[in-house]
Design a protein around this ligand. Structure first.
Ligand code: NAD
Ligand code: GLY
Length: 367
């Protein structure tokens, strides 16, 4: 097992990464007091891992209230959240009762938001079981629900006390979900660390094939990179926005297609190609860099363009409600070089249209 910390002063917390650590009761005993905890999980993850978690917590003298929500992105909504509150109230969970998210990013985002607002805030623990959640969503304290008109529109910054990333849980993940998680790994390389981007390029087949050592390295390095950015700018007043490389386009795809049709990671993959095309048009990188982005995403088995049915005008409409919009202007995260993303003011609709069109045309040409 390897451990790192997200350095946030009195809200600093450890991230433990290792194989088979899900039921290491000492990790929970170190951060939680004996008593009770509520585990929020879903109908897919519960049969796989809930019993092991329950036993680990019992060994740490913690009784479990089990809350099992529906599977899928559509569950990241008010109705499901309300069901979680009903269960917490019915079980008389109080301000001292931690909420533990056991599952992917959907469970983590929803349970984290529940923890942020239930009785004005209760202790929160992340036990991510998808690659995407281990490399990204469990770290950094963003919690959210989707609004029908905009992805992650409702939420709070709320840091966990502890993150336990058991990479052995990735063995049960469907290949499509593993690939979706790789999109965020690739994002960390392109946006933050050129050497990591090169390592991903050299190891992409191992990663796609589920090689445990390669995945463990990808999780650790991603967490290190993300933790450093979060420590610098917890509430995204500036620098943290670079973690959203590809996301302005991605959120438009997810909202435009209906939540769950395109996986978040798939939308981010296509979004990164569009953002790279836009970066080239803004004069920041050259065509060879765009090709590098496209090639790695394609080798990861991820889409390099958005869905054909999402029209250009619809992208622009949806992007206008992105959270990076400031004073009515859409801002974009662009690549300044491989391994370095920057937040830019609106480069103008003409270039944005060209970037979306170019990504679609290049994808069509290779088919
Ligand atoms: P997800 O939570 O829907 O999980 C993907 C699928 O895998 C689901 O069907 C889930 O039930 C299943 N699953 C989970 N663990 C499994 C396992 N070990 N074995 C088998 N099946 C398993 O999706 P995700 O990709 O983990 O997360 C996507 C969400 O994360 C999106 O809502 C996105 O907006 C959010 N997100 C948040 C942040 C953040 O900073 N908070 C960052 C990135 C993404
Ligand atoms: N996933 C982007 C962030 O956490 O800021």
């Amino acid at each position: 097992m390897q451990s790192l910390r997200v350095e946030l002063g009195e809200r600093a917390y450890p991230i433990h990464v290792g194989a088979g650590i899900l039921d290491d009761s000492s990790l929970y005993a170190a951060e939680l007091v004996a008593g009770r905890a509520a585990i929020v999980t879903n109908t897919v993850v519960a049969p796989l891992y809930l019993e092991r978690m329950r036993r680990a917590l019992a060994a740490a003298k913690i009784d479990v209230v089990e809350i099992v929500i529906a599977d899928g992105e559509q569950a990241k909504d008010w109705r499901t959240l309300d069901g979680v509150f009903d269960a917490l109230v019915a079980a008389r969970c109080d301000r001292q009762t931690p909420i533990i998210a056991l599952g992917g990013g959907v469970v983590g985002d929803l349970a984290g938001f529940a923890a942020a607002v239930y009785q004005r805030g209760v202790p929160f623990v992340q036990v991510p079981t998808t690659l995407l959640a281990q490399v990204d969503s469990s770290v950094g304290g963003k919690t959210a629900l989707n609004h029908t008109r905009g992805k992650n529109m409702i939420g709070a910054f709320y840091q966990p006390l502890l993150v336990v990333s058991d990479v052995a849980t990735l063995a049960t993940l469907p290949p499509r979900e593993l690939r979706a998680g790789l999109a965020e790994v690739i994002k960390h390389g392109f946006a933050l660390d050129g050497a990591f981007a090169e390592w991903i390029e050299a190891n992409i087949e191992r990663l796609v094939g589920g090689d445990a050592d390669a995945l463990a390295h990808a999780v650790r390095r991603s967490c290190e990179l993300k933790a450093a950015v979060v420590a610098e700018d917890e509430r995204e007043s500036g620098r943290r926005a670079v973690l959203n490389f590809g996301h302005t386009f991605a959120h438009a795809i997810e909202t435009g297609m209906g939540y769950g049709k395109w996986l978040h990671g798939e939308a981010v993959a296509a979004g990164m190609v569009m953002a790279a095309e836009l970066s080239a048009r803004a004069g920041l990188i050259d065509e060879r860099d765009v090709q590098r982005v496209r090639e790695l995403i394609s080798r990861a088995g991820l889409p390099v363009a958005g869905p054909a049915e999402l029209r250009l005008e619809r992208y622009l409409e949806l992007m206008a409600v992105d959270k990076k919009v400031a004073h009515g202007q859409v801002r974009f995260v662009l690549l300044d070089h491989i391994g370095g993303a920057v937040l830019c003011a609106d480069p103008g609709q003409r270039l944005v249209r060209e970037a979306i069109t170019a990504a679609a045309a290049a994808a069509a040409a290779t088919h």
